[in-house]
Design a protein around this ligand. Structure first.
Ligand code: SAM
Length: 311
């Protein structure tokens, strides 16, 4: 699905064809991945959608059902894939993923090692970040998970950028063939400190490691182990707050949102006929902004460290 043109940045084929994976978007919290197949249909509460109507349309198109309902057909970017993939394990989400890619300094051409692969949520973004000339080698000791991840990378068109292997990284470490060749390493393992001595051998001088752990006790143990060979050891918790920003009707005094009792406190800005002004109580509607109740809380801690220079 993703086309990697070495001359240009990663880009999508613009027209949908038979066999493509598309993200069928109803709302930001209702999307699913569908493989386009000439004779198939998608049926939902909006009616029946014929796949044959989708073929030849650009990604991003609005398509209609037999009843006039509609959905959007979006390209399967890593950002959307993370929201629709099947959860075989806990996964990393966009806030942690973006921080990891930035802080690990991952750019096109990088060689990255990862363990465990899990559901491949992070792997998908790592692959796009290293494309077109880099590579992600990802390891999981669970054979079925590794096989399912491989199938997913085929579907999303990333398999040329990712190699999935079955290996116990805590017990055996990373394969010796990577010694001194790796730009960045990411660990999402229950006992990451067991893999750190091997990770240190794989990294290029100045290479960076990141370990994700849900519990602070794991972070303490990891940081203690990192001290012997790594420097600049730092731990972060990435907390994301999303906002609902929308028009609401006012009550008779023009001061209160018409909504359910017990809603979160809001910042209020009132708008009059196309323009905007603060404090115009004669306006029939107002724009409210408040923290979304569906915001995700703690996911885990990210510990980063840089390999100590030898000289
Ligand atoms: C939480 S999941 C990783 C999720 C992944 N970061 C994602 O975003 O989809 C952890 C994975 O580590 C794997 N794992 C646990 N111990 C391992 C070990 N010793 N060697 C390799 N993989 C291991 C598990 O099988 C599991 O799939």
């Amino acid at each position: 699905m993703l086309i990697f043109d070495p001359e240009k940045k990663t880009s999508f084929k613009r027209l949908i064809s038979h066999g493509d994976l598309v993200i069928v978007y109803e709302r930001h919290d209702n999307m699913k991945a569908v493989k386009v197949s000439e004779g198939s249909v998608l049926q939902n509460r909006f009616g029946v959608f014929k796949h044959s109507d989708w073929i030849g349309k650009p990604f991003g198109s609005k398509v209609f059902s037999n009843k006039g309902g509609f959905v959007y057909l979006l390209a399967p970017t890593p950002e959307l894939w993370t929201l629709v993939l099947s959860h075989r394990t806990q996964i990393l989400y966009i806030a942690d993923i973006s921080f990891v890619i930035m802080y690990l300094e991952i750019v096109p051409g990088c060689i990255v090692l990862e363990s465990g692969t899990g559901s491949g949520s992070l792997t998908t973004s790592l692959a796009r970040a290293v494309a077109p000339t880099g590579h992600v080698y990802t390891f999981d000791f669970h054979e079925q998970r590794a096989a399912s991840a491989r199938e997913d990378f085929d579907k999303t068109g990333l398999s040329s950028l990712i190699t999935v292997d079955v290996r116990d990284i805590q017990g055996q470490g990373f394969p010796d063939k990577f010694s001194g060749l790796v730009d960045a390493i990411f660990l999402d393992l229950p006992q990451p400190w067991l893999a750190i001595p091997s990770a240190g051998k794989m990294l290029k001088q100045d290479g960076i490691l990141c370990s994700f752990s849900p519990c602070i006790e794991q972070v303490q143990c990891t940081s203690e182990t990192l001290r012997s060979n790594f420097t600049d050891i730092r731990t972060f918790e990435v907390l994301l707050r999303t906002y609902e920003v929308r028009d609401v009707k006012m009550d008779c005094q023009g001061l209160e949102e018409v909504g359910s009792p017990g809603s979160l406190p809001c910042k209020r800005k009132q708008c009059s006929n196309g323009g905007s002004s603060v404090g115009n109580i004669s306006s029939p509607s107002t724009v409210l902004a408040r923290p979304s109740s569906e915001a995700r809380g703690h996911t885990g801690y990210l510990t980063f460290a840089r390999l100590k220079c030898l000289s």
